[in-house]
Ligand binder design. Structure first.
Ligand code: ADP
Length: 364
């Protein structure tokens, strides 16, 4: 009988509660015991974990954020603190961990899994755990769920929270469009996404924005203002009272200079627009999850439990993804590596390479 711990870590995303609920209920259905770890990895270190019953997650589908808390936990990068986490898990009889978070959180889980046998050996040598405990807890089985509003993880088509965030952005842009239309104004709207322009691009398409700036498709530093001005003037001439420009948080030009909403406004003001800037900020984290995220989280939560039950000590750490509408288990390490490769390609100005990496996810 497996005892599985589940935690949420990194930035919160809508659907995390649905994921935890699915892990708890599907785990119980599959004859496991499930513990919720509160406050991300910090809860492993402070022994903040609680056994969950079927009823404990009642109603969780419709709550936003994450009810078991999340935190950035710097200590967890340090082996000694991971050892404290390992000790607390063994004390509670836990032999598997399901983490819902971004690439940092999933990397942390894989680190813990790799260290686990040596941490257990240390704890046994220090007399903190018995030989039987050491033997029973020889391996840690993990599986990763991707909770992220940015849809920035490689090897999966969508992450838990991305469609909720996109929906909130579209709603907010619609509201801004109403006032922009009324006053014939231009609005520059900044949306989240540091290395990943998915939210910005999908929001631009879904709201018929006039122009969009993305990290993976940087415009020329020498001419982006003129290029943009030409397009928005054409749209105005064609009858558009409102002008909407969406800027991803991580938007840059091809010399890697950030493109800030204020600079976009300045350019638009110069050609005669009455321009306002709106930074959507944390409303994009979304509150309650849209149905698509609830479904994704529910199916993937169950699959994460199955992946734990299937695992052997040699199974590479799995990340649960979705490709072409089918749940998939992919290598967590490979997915993290490919995700980081996109950011690295952008940083060395290999924008075509960055886009090719994004595209390859869909071509395989
Ligand atoms: P995200 O999961 O959204 O990418 P972070 O990168 O902030 O967010 O990671 C969340 C948490 O995961 C960190 O606060 C830390 O506790 C843990 N973590 C991240 N990277 C590592 C790592 N290399 N080793 C161990 N733990 C890590």
């Amino acid at each position: 009988r497996k005892r599985i711990a589940v935690l949420t870590s990194g930035g919160d995303s809508p659907g995390m509660n649905a994921a935890v609920r699915a892990v708890v209920r599907y785990g119980i259905y599959r004859d496991c015991e499930v513990y919720a770890v509160h406050e991300g990895y910090a809860g492993l270190i402070s022994d903040n974990m609680k056994k969950m019953s079927w009823d404990d997650v009642r109603g969780w589908l419709s709550f936003g954020g994450t009810l078991i808390g999340t935190a950035r936990c710097l200590e967890f990068r340090d082996r000694e603190w991971r050892k404290v986490g390992c000790y607390n898990m063994i004390k509670n009889g836990i032999d598997a961990l399901i983490v819902c978070g971004g690439d940092g959180s999933l990397t942390g889980a894989d680190f813990l899994r790799n260290d686990w046998p040596s941490l257990v050996a240390d704890l046994k040598a220090e007399g903190k755990i018995t030989a039987e405990q050491a033997e029973h807890h020889g391996h840690l089985y993990i599986s990763g769920l991707v909770g992220s509003i940015d849809n920035d993880m490689a090897m999966t088509d969508s992450t838990i929270g991305a469609f909720s965030s996109l929906d909130r952005i579209c709603t907010n842009v619609n509201w801004i469009q109403a006032t922009a239309d009324s006053h014939s104004r231009a609005f520059v709207i900044e949306v989240m996404g540091r290395h990943c322009g998915w939210l910005a691009l999908m929001a631009a398409i879904s709201t018929r924005a006039d122009y969009v700036f993305l990290p993976e498709l940087p415009p020329k530093s020498s001419s982006w203002t003129e290029d943009m001005n030409k397009v928005v003037l054409r749209h105005r001439k064609a009858g558009s009272r409102r002008i909407i420009v969406i800027v991803a948080e991580g938007a840059i030009d091809d010399d890697l200079n950030p493109i800030k909403p204020e600079a976009v406004k300045e350019s638009l003001d110069k050609i005669g627009f009455d321009t306002r800037v709106t930074t959507l900020g944390h409303v994009q984290r979304g509150g309650t999850a849209v149905a698509a995220d609830r479904l994704l989280a529910t199916m993937q939560g169950a699959e994460a439990v199955e992946a734990i039950l299937d695992a052997t000590p040699d199974t590479p750490s799995p990340m649960i993804g979705i490709r072409e509408n089918k749940l998939v288990r992919v290598s967590l390490l490979e997915a993290v590596k490919e995700t980081k490769a996109v950011a690295a390609a952008i940083e060395r100005k290999d924008f075509e390479g960055a886009r090719a990496l994004r595209d390859s996810e869909f071509k395989e």
